[in-house]
Ligand binder design. Structure first.
Ligand SMILES: *Cc1c(COP(=O)(O)O)cnc(C)c1O
Length: 507
């Protein structure tokens, strides 16, 4: 197997091994690490169809993390995809409304971030060990709601690590906030900021690029790393479930006869994938899967009313200068989609200098425009968005027609998928990434189904009602926070994030 080397999207000279890329998170020049090539699957789809989630994870991840031994990687995978998930298939497919919903929310915090964040701590600790790192690792994370809790849950009480999470104080759902501020673990810190997610993300990025702070930390035996979706240790595990989903639909002929998923597609039949998108991490993973040889045709990028990506795909101009909207799908309330940089780098012809110019323009003026030649390479993508009322009516329509209840983020995807089909008539089989349990966004989901009826109920009454009408058990993650004590109450201004970190670490 030939080695994969990672280099910065902003400086071709900065090259590191996979384990160093995981450890550092972000390159020194502020760029993101990208593999020098996208490896091809070296096991047939039929063979993958006979494997379970962990085995598929190994076959995919080994191709990107070439400096991990088989034993190291399998150990990380085994520690991640265990009974923290409430189903042993890890990511079930549910057929409903003319598509296949890939449920990525069966982990500890009932959102898709668990898919990667349950393995990242193990990849990180293994990477530290491989590179003789003696410092404690401090995970610094900005969250629009779901990453924070999933990262806290992943890192809580992991030896040699501390985790500090910043979230927009008024920009996450009540259940998301409660999940975070009740987090146990002596190495966990949660801070609400007066600002939005982009402010939190910018503050975190600035700290990563702060050389002086890095030296002060090192003197105390600490170094930063990132659990945000810019870390390739997040991106690579997300490729797995697209390969897994495709091969479940393919089947290997040995399934139960009442399995309604296996055998839905034939060998090398192309499928479409719809992804509710914010930071562009999840859909980028699908794009990597496609480039590894997985038969995916269209990558359908679904945005909420913060439709900066839809505008980008339609016009070739990325422009963040616009009003930031708080929507019912808060994990997608993002105007700077960090992972898009990896795509820009690629369509610029793996040209770090060109990409660096675009990113400088983004930080100076809030926008950039790609060339016609670059835009022509975005053919695989289709972008659209769903308004708040479309998101709500899709939840209601699917519930009324099928009894299946989806969350607001997934509904943005399902709404955009309907627009795609009516615009194009494309009837290829389609997988919709279902990124959160409806129990995580209960209020919005129940309002969508019948606002008049549910308006007066408390959050937890709604949880029980959702369980009853949807005929699904309340997930353990929700049961746990009903009575859990609040353990975190730090709040600061968006300009005080660095002081807060120094205070927490005592530097
Ligand atoms: C994070 C998140 C998204 C967006 O994923 P990106 O990788 O940031 O594009 C969508 N839905 C939910 C529920 C999320 O938590």
């Amino acid at each position: 197997m030939s080695e994969i080397i990672y280099s910065s999207t902003r400086n071709a000279e900065e090259k590191v091994t996979p384990s160093m890329a995981i450890l550092k998170g972000l390159a020194d020049d502020g760029g993101l690490y990208v593999p020098n090539r996208i490896p091809q699957l070296d096991v047939s789809l039929k063979d993958l169809a006979a494997m379970d989630y962990k085995q598929v994870a190994y076959e995919v991840m080994k191709l990107f993390l070439t400096d991990f031994t088989e034993e190291e990687l399998k150990d990380c995978i085994n520690k991640a995809y265990d009974s923290k998930f409430d189903t042993d298939v890890i990511a079930p497919l549910v057929k409903a409304d003319g598509a296949y919903f890939l449920e990525l929310f069966h982990g500890a915090t009932i959102a898709f971030k668990d898919m990667a964040l349950s393995i990242l701590p193990h990849l990180l600790i293994t990477s530290a060990r491989k590179n003789n790192v003696k410092n404690d690792i401090v995970i610094l994370t900005a969250t629009s709601g779901d990453t924070g809790k999933a990262a806290l849950a992943g890192f809580a009480d992991v030896k040699g690590t501390k985790i500090i999470v910043f979230y927009p104080k008024n920009g996450v759902s009540p259940i998301q906030e409660k999940q975070m501020i009740t987090q146990r673990g002596d190495n966990t810190y949660v801070v609400g900021i007066h600002g939005n997610f982009d402010d939190a993300q910018t503050g975190v990025k600035n700290m990563f690029n702060d050389k002086e702070l890095e030296e002060e930390l090192a003197a105390k035996g600490y170094q930063f790393s990132s659990a945000n979706s810019i870390n390739i240790g997040r991106l690579v595990p997300q490729i797995v479930y697209y390969v897994y989903a495709y091969t479940r639909l393919l089947g290997n002929g040995n399934e139960d006869k009442d399995d309604e998923i296996a055998g839905e597609i034939t060998d090398s039949e192309k499928i479409n994938v719809v992804v509710p998108t914010g930071n562009f991490g999840n859909i980028l993973a699908a794009f990597y899967a496609k480039n590894m040889g997985l038969p995916i045709d269209k990558l359908i990028c679904a945005s909420n009313e913060n439709k900066v990506l839809y505008d980008f795909f339609s016009t070739g101009t990325y422009d963040r200068n616009r009003e930031f909207k708080l929507t019912s799908s808060p994990s997608m309330d993002i105007l700077i989609s960090s992972n898009l940089e990896r795509l820009i780098y690629l369509i610029a012809g793996n040209d770090a200098a060109a990409n660096a110019t675009y990113m400088k323009s983004l930080s100076d003026s809030g926008k950039y425009e790609i060339t016609a030649d670059m835009k022509a390479q975005l053919e695989a993508f289709y972008g659209n968005f769903a308004s708040e009322s479309e998101t709500a009516s899709t939840i209601k329509r699917i519930y009324d027609n099928t009894g299946y209840i989806i969350d607001t983020h997934t509904s943005v995807a399902a709404s955009v998928y309907k627009k795609y089909v009516s615009e194009t008539g494309d009837d290829k089989k389609t997988v919709i990434a279902s990124t959160a349990s409806p129990f995580k966004f209960t209020r919005s989901v129940m309002d969508a189904i019948d606002k008049d009826k549910y308006d007066q109920m408390s959050d937890f009454e709604l949880v029980d009602e959702l369980s009853r009408i949807g005929n699904v058990a309340v997930p353990a993650a929700i049961e746990d926070i009903r009575t859990a004590p609040v353990l975190h109450d730090r709040v600061c201004d968006k300009t005080e994030m660095k002081a807060m970190v120094k205070g927490i670490l005592g530097v």
